[in-house]
Design a protein around this ligand. Structure first.
Ligand SMILES: Nc1nc2c(ncn2[C@@H]2O[C@H](COP(=O)(O)OP(=O)(O)OP(=O)(O)O)[C@@H](O)[C@H]2O)c(=O)[nH]1
Ligand SMILES: [Mg+2]
Length: 247
């Protein structure tokens, strides 16, 4: 029986996270909020939001470490507390929390898999981000030699905790905005299946994004690394394909 929790990385989204947490409470999953080195005022705000809520845990980074590091802090806490699955969701209210029901069903049906959103954007989604995602998803198909991964960037997904912590530990992962892409590719390389569900992603006009142009460069770098590793892995992948008996 899966034991599920929710992980919310939070940096500069204290104005939005309360609504996200409130909409998640009815699902009765413990919620782990990671304060990623926010300012004192924002950290205090987060503390006030979380303090009286049952089963809401607030973890701190003493400095800003990046989205991936925040997710991993949440995952390690989930592991220590024997959760089998952690649902990652952004703090900025862009994701449709109602879809937690779909995720829960998919976790129960596929306990070994990663369950990931396949985004349906609203009309406000910046063109640059939509195109950037398409490029990333194209490279991910090459890196994994598969079309199983429909979207590698969404921050709304469920991880099998043990396997994901092990995968993150065994490779020298980057922990910023490239984490979502890299962990998915590496989990796929490790033989993990990834199941997708369609989910709306909203871009409210007054929303705040931490995504910077520098993140786009870091994403290009991570694809260079992953493509190179793919080429190095290629002989082993082909050998495995050749020598695995088919029925
Ligand atoms: N960018 C960024 N986000 C962080 C960091 N630490 C935690 N986060 C959280 O990671 C999530 C994603 O951040 P966003 O800035 O919304 O990035 P995004 O959703 O990929 O980008 P948009 O599609 O433009 O919203 C949010 O919950 C942030 O609060 C950090 O150092 N940088
Ligand atoms: Mg966002």
């Amino acid at each position: 029986m899966p034991k599920i929790c929710i992980v919310i990385p939070c940096y500069k989204h204290t104005d939005r996270i309360e609504g996200v947490i409130k909409s998640l409470l009815p699902f009765e999953f413990p919620i782990i909020v990671v304060d990623d080195g926010n300012s004192k005022e924002e950290a205090l705000e987060l503390y006030k939001i979380c303090e009286d809520l049952k089963d809401v845990f607030l973890l701190h980074h003493d400095r800003n470490k990046g989205k991936g590091a925040s997710v991993l802090t949440g995952l390690l806490f989930a592991k220590e507390n024997r959760f089998t699955h952690a649902i990652q969701i952004d703090a900025d209210g862009q994701h449709n929390t109602e879809d937690i029901k779909k995720i829960t069903r998919l976790i129960n049906e596929n306990p070994e898999a990663v369950i990931s959103g396949s985004p349906i954007y609203d009309e406000n989604a910046p063109k640059s981000r939509v195109i950037g995602r398409k490029i990333t998803n194209f490279f991910v198909k090459i890196e994994t030699l598969s079309d199983e991964i429909i979207d590698a960037m969404i921050g709304f997904r469920a991880y099998p905790v043990e396997k994901t912590c092990q995968c993150a530990k065994s490779c020298n992962l980057k922990f910023g905005m490239t984490f979502d892409i890299e962990i998915l590719v590496r989990l796929k390389w490790a033989g993990t299946h990834i199941k997708f569900f369609e989910t709306r992603v909203a871009y409210p006009k007054d929303g705040h994004s931490n995504f910077r142009l520098s993140d786009q460069f870091k994403i290009s770098y991570i694809h260079t690394v992953l493509c190179t590793l793919m080429i190095l892995r290629l002989p082993f992948v082909l050998m495995k394909k050749l020598f695995t008996p088919h029925d």
